[in-house]
Design a protein around this ligand. Structure first.
Ligand SMILES: [Zn+2]
Length: 176
């Protein structure tokens, strides 16, 4: 559940265009989605992306791409994810990859990651994927899904997905 400080932080990031509405620049043909497999939020992350593209090849793993920025104990997870992304790119021939983290995330919490750290790791993982995945004109889009609901009430709605703007993060020099 989001606390008041986190709600304010998200509102601040939206105001500064660190977070913005997801652009419609995604390839219609298909997109590779790297995300957390959270059973309360995966469906919403997946369905939201369907507004922009017809086909989604989902690589869902606990914590999603957050594991790519973790220390050595996550080395195998990082390697497995990179290999799966490369395999998907080679197999499908698609060049757009969405890296979607979410908040609140159980894996982030169990690793004592704060919301700003999740944001930073998502951008870092996106940059890593862009440099390490082989293929022509690969583009990587970091997203942040936010669940404003108070579980376990599970009322519909109140979940949002934002695109994270790399450049705004650098300009703001957010303190992590
Ligand atoms: Zn999660």
């Amino acid at each position: 559940m989001l606390n008041e400080a986190e709600k304010l932080l998200i509102a601040d990031w939206k105001g500064k265009n660190v977070l913005k509405d997801v652009s419609a620049d995604l390839e219609q043909e298909g997109v590779i989605l790297v995300c957390c497999s959270d059973g309360h939020r995966f469906g919403e992350m997946f369905c939201h992306l369907q507004n922009f593209t017809e086909n989604i090849h989902a690589l869902a793993l606990n914590g999603g791409a957050l594991g790519m920025g973790f220390p050595i104990k996550f080395f195998f997870r990082k390697r497995a994810l990179r290999r799966n992304i490369q395999e998907a790119v080679d197999m499908k021939g698609w060049r757009h990859i969405v890296v979607s983290s979410h908040w609140p995330c159980g894996i982030a919490t169990s690793n004592k990651l704060t919301l700003p750290e999740v944001l930073k790791r998502t951008v870092n993982a996106s940059n890593y994927i862009k440099t390490r995945i082989r293929g022509e004109n690969i583009e990587v889009f970091p997203h942040l899904h936010v669940d404003f609901r108070i579980l376990p009430e599970k009322e519909k709605g109140n979940q949002r997905t934002y695109e994270i703007c790399h450049h705004r993060i650098k300009e703001l020099a957010l303190a992590y």
